[in-house]
Design a binder for this molecule. Structure first.
Ligand code: SF4
Length: 292
């Protein structure tokens, strides 16, 4: 008689720090940094050119380059028809002009080819999002992030656009795994929330990444998500808490100087955004004045 199979002992799951759900993160970050203004930006073709100009450079440089490009050529049709050297000269103040000028020229001319000699991409808003994204991905050098920016910001579709801040914060919070690529993160994050949360998520996470969960020294003691973040710096949080309860020495200059180093002069962990201020969506403010 064969021996009876014995049930395997169940493993006790390893204790983990409690996580932060996506919906809680959006709510808490919006309370801390929002509300976020959702203003219309450029039309899709202009947004596409701006997106290329904004790669690997600061907002300031890309705005400058976009402004000089449009000042020099007036229309994107004229940019498409121009020699690459002229485009390169026009965007020289934005950085990486040698790479970006041919890319802009190629993208615009490919759109003209695919779209019956028109640069009007508003028809994408009528397509299912998957098809609209696939259409944009046919353009040279347009990856999931650039496609997400056009669909989301220019056409108001619930497309995810994962920039370096969103990618970093999502990994630190354990919303995506440590080895997930940035391209794959688009799919995972888009599937992790209802469509109506995609834009608030984008605005909240990019702002949080820029202001608090910074690449080099995240301000974990000031972070409203530190209660459940698996990457939090416990030592920094404990140090800030100890400093907050330590009695102030009336004649000690050092602690006062440390607090006064902060822009708002408040103790660590108590930084709050200015009441009633509306946080512009990253570079919306800068871009809206560039509307042709
Ligand atoms: S606790 Fe620290 S690492 Fe975690 S999200 Fe906040 S700032 Fe980033």
């Amino acid at each position: 008689m064969p021996p009876q199979a014995t049930a395997k002992p169940r493993r006790t799951p390893r204790a983990q720090k409690p996580g932060v759900t996506v919906s809680d993160a959006i709510r808490l970050l919006t309370d801390a940094h929002g509300p976020f203004a959702n203003e219309p930006r450029l039309d899709p073709a202009h947004e596409l050119v701006f997106t290329i100009l904004s790669q690997h450079t600061s907002d300031r440089n890309s705005e400058r380059a976009f402004r000089t490009l449009m000042h020099r050529f007036s229309t994107l049709e004229a940019v498409a028809a121009a020699p690459v050297a002229d485009i390169e000269h026009a965007i020289a103040n934005g950085g990486l002009a040698k790479v970006k000028a041919p890319r802009i020229s190629q993208v615009l001319n490919r759109i003209l080819e695919l779209n019956d000699h028109s640069l009007d991409l508003r028809f994408l808003a009528e397509m299912p999002m998957h098809d609209a994204r696939a259409w944009l991905r046919r353009l040279p050098g347009i990856g999931p992030k650039s496609a997400g920016i056009i669909l989301s910001f220019s056409l108001g579709m619930p497309a995810m656009a994962v920039d370096t801040h969103i990618y970093r914060v999502s990994k630190r919070l354990g919303i995506i795994g440590p080895k997930v690529s940035a391209d794959k993160a688009h799919e995972i994050l888009e599937a992790a929330m209802p469509p109506e949360d995609v834009y608030p998520f984008h605005a909240a996470f990019i702002t949080h990444g820029r202001q608090v969960c910074k690449a080099q020294r995240p301000l974990c003691a000031d972070c409203v998500l530190n209660y459940g973040c698996p990457s939090r710096d416990d030592a920094a949080i404990a140090k800030a808490a100890a400093a907050a309860v330590a009695p102030a020495a009336p004649d000690a200059a050092a602690p006062a100087a440390a607090d006064n180093d902060r822009p708002d002069g408040q103790a660590p962990g108590r930084r709050r955004r200015q009441r009633n201020a509306v946080t512009p969506v990253p570079h919306t403010q800068a871009v809206k004045e560039l509307q042709p």
